[in-house]
Ligand binder design. Sequence first.
Ligand SMILES: Cc1cc2nc3c(=O)[nH]c(=O)nc-3n(C[C@H](O)[C@H](O)[C@H](O)COP(=O)(O)OP(=O)(O)OC[C@H]3O[C@@H](n4cnc5c(N)ncnc54)[C@H](O)[C@@H]3O)c2cc1C
Length: 416
Amino acid sequence: MRYSAFKVFMQGLTGNKGWKPVWREPEPKPEYDIIIIGAGGHGLATAYYLAKEFGLTNIAVLEKGWLGSGNIGRNTTIIRSNYMLPGNEPFYEFSLKLWEDLEQDFNYNAMVSQRSILNLFHSDAQRDAFVRRGNAMFLAGADAELADEAQLRRELPFLDFDNARFPVKGGLYQRRGGTVRHDAVAWGYARGADSRGVDIIQNCEVTGIDVENGAVRGVQTSRGPIRARKVAICVAGSSGRVAAMAGMRLPIESHVLQAFVSEGLKPVLPGVITFGAGHFYVSQSDKGGLVFGGDIDGYNSYAQRGNLPVVEDVAEGGMAIMPMIGRARLLRSWGGIMDMSMDGSPFIDKTHIDGLYFNGGWCYGGFKATPASGYCYAHLLARDVPHPTATEMRLDRFKRGHLIDEKGQGNQPNLH
Ligand SMILES: Cc1cc2nc3c(=O)[nH]c(=O)nc-3n(C[C@H](O)[C@H](O)[C@H](O)COP(=O)(O)OP(=O)(O)OC[C@H]3O[C@@H](n4cnc5c(N)ncnc54)[C@H](O)[C@@H]3O)c2cc1C
């Protein structure tokens, strides 16, 4: 069923009785060409692009819980391509371009809203660093705009410009950045993949990966064994646990990241704003809630909930740039498990096991990457060569000394 304004109108006239389930609930087949482990944003996007761009449809996406129960439905929904390093920026700009056409492409309303992102700076040195990043963005074909203090005083009068410790001196805008309704992204990709013949199998946990003579043969699941020529791991915060099933140890740690939503307020934030002297980012949802977050909790965990010191730290970050946030009541908070890599950048690569592929290490920034990650992983799975924008995202980059360390923190996963 193709969605359109006309369809919504006609369904309204006929009691909304004609809508069909958005994807099927198939039983697993004994064998597939490709099995994707994990029906998060990246796994579903991979299945979608494999079917749509590469014509491969004998595919199963196996999900241990329900579709979208992981980080794809837990993030703060920010999209952007304001990176600096050559290993990252072209990839994230490719992703932003895919976001721009996504709703037309998969015929689903994902509420892509290019309402802008603004990174605040608080010193002259930080302004110089942001100018450099803006220039790197231009080189990759992205947009960037430097705003001085006077401009921000006009546009965002509620910011604490005269804060004694962190005075707001200006900011770097990316006007094409913004927010997207996260769970609708999972649903849209699932619908697009399912309608092309991909089997999305929920409540099917992968419990083992079968490897014989250095080649993958299939997986063991809570619903029995399934054979496959290729197996694609795509499980974000569970990367370490699933890779261990094939005897692999990854340069990835799992950490908790929390998100927070306030009560609904009248429109106050035009776009996404980030603090430049601490970790705090905030936007306003279409329902009016302020959606914000900060740093990871800083200890290894597989629990999808966070601790109170980080709640306090995030609240302090908010108060430092926009004290009026102190009047808003917090309604909800939750946590997700982040796959923090050693240098803060992801992997889309083959493993040393024939037919076994790995996608992970997205840290707390993988939502914006969803379209490009899916596209590039599909490219690798279909053609066995990396997509041109993902050539640096290799597992052996630490051995080669070619880190993609956007933050300049070194091999310290909890600091990225
Ligand atoms: C609080 C929070 C805020 C964030 N904010 C942003 C943001 O603003 N912008 C941004 O770009 N990124 C953000 N992120 C990061 C982003 O959400 C993730 O990097 C991204 O969603 C990870 O990819 P995914 O969607 O495929 O992961 P997930 O949705 O976690 O998908 C992985 C799936 O694998 C499944 N799985 C695990 N083990 C197995 C198994 N053994 N068998 C079968 N299935 C299995 C899981 O159940 C899960 O559904 C945020 C994350 C969190 C938690």
